[in-house]
Design a protein around this ligand. Sequence first.
Ligand SMILES: *[C@@H]1O[C@H](CO)[C@@H](O)[C@H](O)[C@H]1NC(C)=O
Ligand SMILES: *[C@@H]1O[C@H](CO)[C@@H](O)[C@H](O)[C@H]1NC(C)=O
Length: 318
Amino acid sequence: MHVAFSIILLVIVQVYSQSPAWNIFVNEDDVKFYLYNRENHLEPILITKNNLNALESNKSVKLVIHGFFENARRDWYKNMTREYLKKDDFNIIQVDWSKPASSGYSISAGNTKYVGIIIGKLISELSKNQKLPLKNVHIIGHSLGAHVAGYAGKEVIRQMKSPIGRITALDAAAPLFEGTVDILVGLEKGDAEIVDAIHTDGGFFGRKNAIGTVDFFPNGGTAPQPGCSIRSLKFPPRNYVEVASEVFCSHTRSYHYFISSINNENFVATKCESWKYFTQNKCGESHTALMGDDYFYQEDTTGKFFLKTNSEFSYAYD
Ligand SMILES: *[C@@H]1O[C@H](CO)[C@@H](O)[C@H](O)[C@H]1NC(C)=O
Ligand SMILES: *[C@@H]1O[C@H](CO)[C@@H](O)[C@H](O)[C@H]1NC(C)=O
């Protein structure tokens, strides 16, 4: 069988195997922090304990965390960084935790806690030594990265007695965190002042249930998202790249929508009880909220929100 296809099968088997999550010790060196800003947008600065002052604490921090089997060289990291630096001169911190994210799924899922603690320590140091206001820290995590973000938030609260400003959960991982084998805690609502979650593959790779201050369910929050086909594994697969993009299409839509939202206020969502009521126009008072980077917290922008999207970039529905 082709290698790429075997890896995909392995990932699926791994994700759905019910082996316990071992608490493997994660070294601080296994978590790398690459800093970008408008001045250093081509070559990042590797942040360590010894150069914390490379970060300009008068600028907000966007800290991005990838998921299972990923690393900092992914296209979506580049695209998100590019869109943010177009918007403003942020401190963009790309986290690379590829080593602890590349063990079996259950080990990687167990590692999220230890990786999160290392990130939480760094943020606490930046707050103590560089006077970085915690409210200006926004973590964006995809899949297992959303749970890493949760543990980072918990560690900051433990050390600083005060939360970071915001965590955005891009299709937070479900296996071992939700369902009959939910043996890991992961991201919780209280881990930041605001937790906004975007659900795109609920009930499969992503969490189905609301977990945030606000939860967005584009197209109902489940697969297939528009432009993604129904997940089907046919033997023999014709084209391996196609199979991979099919399997992960809805799960990765969460970061595509988010990247698109950074410089466009185009995802207007409506507060509603359920997707069914939303599609039947039965949402009662029409409270709306923007999904994505420009989400604005108010009393009536909390709870569950629904919207439709398009199948192609910019994905905005009109
Ligand atoms: C932010 O801080 C840097 C030094 O860390 C300084 O050069 C810059 O002028 C400051 N910018 C603002 C807007 O205060
Ligand atoms: C990144 O941006 C390029 C150029 O706009 C686009 O072709 C590509 O699909 C994007 N990929 C991701 C993963 O965002």
